[in-house]
Structure formats: structure tokens, C-alpha cells
Write a protein that binds this ligand. Structure first.
Ligand code: SF4
Length: 275
């Protein structure tokens, strides 16, 4: 814990939102970051309460709630407070391959589990995470990691959404030759086609894809596995095949007036928008 009294000294302060009348002129992100000093104080609010990985011990559907990635949150909050942004980054990347995505669109289960939230406001964990990764990009610390040894094993991943990309990231780092197949014309799945720019701008996704490509991952777009390439062909060429296609099945809402016109589930809506 960087500052033992941080949670008493400083109030929670979130990134502010740009005024609605200004932000309706475009579809860009609208939460400019806090200045550095204020961000460091937000890191100081973490009291390292001893609950590992910010888990709450409350179970939902038999799973403990809190950060599903088991991020080392108290460790990087401490590094943020002490001005060690590079060390914060190294701790963050131990458990999270893409903090620039989770720092923007994760529902922040960590904050629901934060003990500070019991009698005041939780730590701004999600925004601290985003600060750490964006500081890394700004300072050019995010470099391609090219494995020095290759395994001679080839892996095909079907689907390039967050699950497919995380798999590709990890398997490539272990030295396997990874090819990702995507049936759409762009990589990213729901990151690219399901999340609007104001939450996750396309250039943020592309910035990461450029690194993954440099690391050696091969991306093949406009390939509908099962139609453009058969299962037999894949089996012949690859040692392992992973399905990371997502369900593509929307969960409907059982509410009054659900049948009104103009109400779409997101999956159908994104198809309409992109057609
Ligand atoms: S915002 Fe980050 S630390 Fe919090 S639950 Fe999501 S991934 Fe974990």
C-alpha cells in the first residue's frame, strides 16, 4: 500500500465526461483522462485490504465475483501512487493481455468487490488500469514480443473476437505458429463490430492488431470456415483447431412492450448497421 491513509485523504474522482452538447458532434470517446497528480492520488486510495485480486467472496452462479482476470490490482495501484508506471505496466500485463480493452469496456466487477465501497466509494480500478496501459502506449513502451524459439506446432483459431485474440496472443508467445480465421472483412469480432466508437475506438483495436501481427500472428479475413475452407483442410494443415466464435445468439428480454417496433438485440442491430 503506497499511502496507508490514502483512502481517508482522497475522494474517488472519475474521468469527467465532455459536455453532451459538445460530444454530440462526433462519435469519439468522451472521457478525457485525469491529470497525473490526481491519478496518482486515485492509486493511493487502494488500501491493499488483503482480499486477493479484489475478489468479494460473494458467489454468483457458483463463481466468486471480482476481477475475472485475477489482475494484481493492489500491486499496480501501489506502483501508480509511487510514480512507477513501468512497473505498474509489468504487473498489469502479467494477467491481462489487453488492458486497453478492459480499461474501457469491462463492467469493472473489481470495483463492485472493492472493500472501500463498503462505507465510501470504491477505488477507480478500471480507470487506473486504463491510465497504466495508455501511459505505456504514449511512452512507446508497448513493443512486439517475438518469441526466440518456435515449437513447429501450428494452431488455427476460428474467430477473432476478444477470446480468439487472447488465445492467439498467448499461444504465439509460447512459440506456436498461429493463424486466426475471421469471416468478416475486419479482425476483432464484437470488439470491432459490436462496440461503438464512443466506448472503444477502432484505432485502439487496430493499434493492438498491429502489434499482434508484428509478433507473427497471421490473420485471414473474409474466410468463412466450413464454406471457404473445410474442416478436413484445416485438420490437414494444423496441429490444433480452436473454436472461438462466440454464440451469436442474443438473449431476449422478457419485458412489457418488447414487441414494439424499432427494438433490436445488439447482434441483429450491428448486422443492420454494417450492411
Ligand atoms: S476493470 Fe480491469 S481489474 Fe476490474 S474487473 Fe475488469 S479487467 Fe479486472
Amino acid at each position: 500500500m503506497g499511502k496507508p491513509t490514502g483512502f481517508l485523504d482522497y475522494k474517488r474522482q472519475e474521468n469527467e465526461a465532455i459536455e453532451p452538447l459538445s460530444r454530440i458532434t462526433n462519435f469519439n470517446e468522451f472521457h478525457p483522462f485525469l491529470d497525473e497528480e490526481t491519478r496518482r492520488k486515485q492509486g493511493a486510495r487502494c488500501m491493499n485490504c488483503g482480499v486477493p485480486f479484489c475478489q468479494s467472496a460473494i458467489k454468483l452462479k457458483n463463481m466468486v465475483t471480482g476481477c475475472p482476470l485475477h489482475n494484481l490490482i493492489p500491486e499496480w495501484n501501489d506502483e501508480i501512487y509511487n510514480g512507477n508506471d513501468k512497473r505498474a505496466l509489468s504487473r498489469l500485463l502479467k494477467t491481462n493481455p489487453f488492458p486497453e480493452f478492459t480499461g474501457r469496456v469491462c463492467p469493472a466487477l473489481c470495483e463492485k468487490a472493492c472493500l472501500n465501497g463498503l462505507d465510501q466509494d470504491p477505488v477507480t480500478i478500471k480507470e487506473n488500469e486504463l491510465y497504466t496501459i495508455e501511459t505505456a502506449y504514449t511512452n512507446n513502451w508497448m513493443k512486439a514480443f517475438i518469441p526466440s524459439v518456435r515449437s513447429d506446432k501450428k494452431v488455427a483459431i476460428i474467430g477473432s473476437g476478444p477470446a480468439g485474440l487472447a488465445l492467439a496472443h498467448d499461444l504465439n508467445r509460447r512459440g506456436h505458429a498461429v493463424t486466426v480465421f475471421e469471416k468478416e472483412d475486419r479482425i476483432g469480432g464484437l470488439l470491432m463490430y459490436g462496440i461503438p466508437n464512443m466506448k472503444l475506438e477502432k484505432k485502439v483495436i487496430q493499434r493492438r492488431l498491429d502489434i499482434l501481427t508484428e509478433e507473427g500472428i497471421v490473420f485471414k479475413t473474409n474466410v468463412n470456415v466450413g464454406k471457404d475452407i473445410t474442416k478436413k483442410e484445416l485438420e490437414k494443415e494444423y496441429d490444433a483447431i480452436i473454436f472461438a466464435t462466440g454464440s451469436k445468439k442474443a438473449r431476449d428480454l422478457n419485458v412489457k412492450n418488447r414487441d414494439c417496433t424499432g427494438i433490436y438485440d445488439l447482434l441483429r442491430y450491428s448486422e443492420i448497421v454494417w450492411i
